[in-house]
Design a protein around this ligand. Structure first.
Ligand SMILES: [Zn+2]
Length: 78
């Protein structure tokens, strides 16, 4: 897992790449959250890993109860 490099001590307002503040020696926080993208950059690798579209993969998928019994349950709750 990638780690945010730039750290910021809120107490001293010091920026550093170290895990401890050079002024107060306390453990300090990442300056900003890790960059995140909604695009799944490794989707192709993941699909290969899980052998997507194979029979085993299809069988491993969760199933919802059928819509008729779901509606019946919802109506009973009302
Ligand atoms: Zn500090």
């Amino acid at each position: 897992m990638a780690r945010q490099l730039l750290q910021h001590c809120k107490k001293c307002q010091v920026w550093t790449l170290q895990r401890e503040c050079p002024q107060c020696n306390e453990t300090i926080n990442a300056a900003a959250p890790l960059k995140w993208s909604p695009e799944d950059q490794r989707a192709n690798i993941r699909r290969k890993m899980y052998n997507v579209e194979s029979e085993e993969w299809l069988a491993s998928l969760p199933e919802l109860p059928d819509i008729v019994s779901t509606r019946r349950t919802l109506n009973e709750e009302e």
